[in-house]
Write a protein that binds this ligand. Structure first.
Ligand code: FAD
Length: 455
């Protein structure tokens, strides 16, 4: 039967990370939620791909999981990461803490496990999940959507009051919307791609390198990272340009990958026994930023998460931002009975913040691959830490604002810009913090940075 516009019925496209969290938050508030997901139920089939792909979960994401009642179940599988473990070319390593102490850390979570936990919680909250239903087209006039079952190509219709696109970076709903209205869509490719490899456990079943860190091998134009999994493995991600040398154009075979690793990531080579196999088997993923000027069509459809604002992964915030979107959308829908107004208010709140984290994620790539071993950068970071201690009410490292707090991303971006200018000015001509005039430094902080808003 056709859902009536007056009922609190809502149709979500995609039961990935954002779709499952939003379904839970809305079902908990008494909404009648139906979710259509292209893939099969991962709880029956096992997570597709089967590889250990993990994600860094931070405060914004944890807050949403807490509201959805999922935080405890997710954290039971998480591995704490205290900071970046930088692996230098000569084999030395250095742990750069992310926060002040172990209250300011991030967590590595397994994407498949996370999805399974969230689907269970969504279903328990009352959301109706339909798997093997890939959105293929939408008739916005009759409010009817067509889905294809990938197993037998059969088609299925469903009517809707409103559609929410939580169907990821390649969103089919976004495609359907763009034939109906001008979204102002632009995709900027980074010109770099990534490939995943695996570090297995040691022979006695332990972690083969420090588990409580995000490992980075920064090498200028390219880098490797590794995040721990609770199964004692690490997922390694190699980021390389698409062109030039080395790049995915020059490193094509397993043997070429081994040669690159032996030259540039030598201490990682003995840790990745199946380097050639992983490299040849796993696809290279493209990296891009997706910008839209509009996220909704009156009361009929709205986009969230990667469908609205996919970003490069270098701040580890795509999922965290998607979860924050879910909380915001559920709150707007609760507060504002006129759905078109609720969607517009959601977009007005979230779009500038999505732009800010997209920009910070791009900047972080440069920082991770090229600056974490640079003298000026290390001095600025040392001063940043000191100023954070001396002026906790005014100065907070940008990474902390983004990762350990819930200040709007746009505020973190703007304050981060002012703070960086200050750090560059104050350290100019100095080789260590010992030669700084602290009364002048303190006066500059008080003059240039207003007290931080509460978050
Ligand atoms: P997705 O998780 O992509 O979910 C979309 C869902 O929609 C899927 O289940 C899909 O099957 C389904 N779907 C697709 N098409 C259709 C259709 N036509 N009909 C129905 N269903 C459909 N973020 C972090 O916060 N921390 C990290 O450390 C991090 N690391 C990352 C590393 C890499 C290499 C990459 C690429 C991304 C990383 N991200 C990270 C970003 C994060 O993966 C995304 O931001 C997040 O998955 C977005 O969630 P989503 O629900 O919007 O989309």
């Amino acid at each position: 039967s056709q859902p009536q516009p007056s009922t609190r019925h809502i149709t979500l496209i995609g039961a990935g990370l954002a779709g499952a969290v939003l379904a839970t938050l809305l079902a908990q508030r008494g909404w009648e939620v139906e979710v259509f997901e292209k893939r099969g139920d991962p709880r029956i089939k096992g997570y597709e791909g089967g590889r250990s792909i993990n994600l860094a979960l931070a405060e914004r994401g944890r807050h949403a999981l807490h509201l959805a009642g999922a935080d405890e179940a997710v954290m039971a599988h998480a591995v704490m990461m205290r900071g970046r473990m930088v692996h230098f070319l000569d084999g030395r390593t250095d742990l750069q803490r992310y926060g002040r102490d172990d209250s300011e850390v991030i967590s590595s979570v397994h994407r498949g496990e996370l999805n399974v936990i969230l689907l269970d919680i969504a279903e328990r909250a009352g959301a109706k999940l339909h798997f093997n239903r890939g959105l293929s087209s939408v008739d916005f006039n009759s409010r009817s959507a067509t889905f294809i079952d990938p197993r037998d190509s059969s088609t299925h219709e469903a009517t809707f009051v409103s559609l929410v696109g939580a169907d990821g970076a390649g969103s089919a709903l976004r495609g359907a919307l763009s034939t109906e209205t001008e979204l102002g869509e632009r995709t900027e490719f980074l010109g770099h791609s990534y490939k995943e490899l695996e570090i297995p456990p040691t022979a006695d079943g332990g972690f083969s390198i420090e588990p409580n860190a995000l490992h980075i091998w920064p090498r200028g134009r390219y880098m490797c990272i590794a995040l721990p999994n609770d199964g004692r493995t690490f997922t390694v991600t190699l980021f390389l340009p698409n062109e030039g040398d080395p790049s995915f154009a020059t490193v094509r075979t397993g043997a070429e990958a081994r040669a690159l690793f032996e030259r540039d990531f030598a201490d990682a080579v003995p840790l990745i026994p199946n380097l050639e196999r992983d490299f040849e088997r796993n696809p290279a993923g493209l990296l891009a930023t997706l910008y839209l000027d509009r996220w909704h069509l009156d009361d009929r459809a709205v986009l969230v998460g990667d469908a609205a604002h996919a970003m490069v992964p270098f701040h580890g915030q795509g999922m965290n931002c998607a979860f924050e979107d879910c909380v915001a959308l559920a709150e707007h829908l609760d507060r504002e009975p006129d759905r078109a107004a609720a969607f517009a208010a959601f977009q007005a709140e979230r779009l500038p913040n999505a732009r800010a984290i997209q920009a910070m994620a791009l900047e972080n790539y440069l920082e991770m691959r090229d600056r974490v071993d640079d003298e000026d950068y290390l001095l600025q970071r040392a001063l940043e830490r000191k100023l954070g201690e001396r002026h906790p009410d005014r100065f907070m490292p940008r990474y902390s604002m983004v990762t350990f707090h819930r200040l709007p991303y746009a505020t973190a971006f703007e304050r981060g810009r002012m703070q960086r200018e200050l750090l560059v000015e104050l350290t100019r001509g100095h080789a260590s913090l010992d030669t700084l005039d602290w009364s002048m430094v303190d006066a500059a902080v008080r003059e240039r940075l207003s007290p931080l808003p509460a978050s």
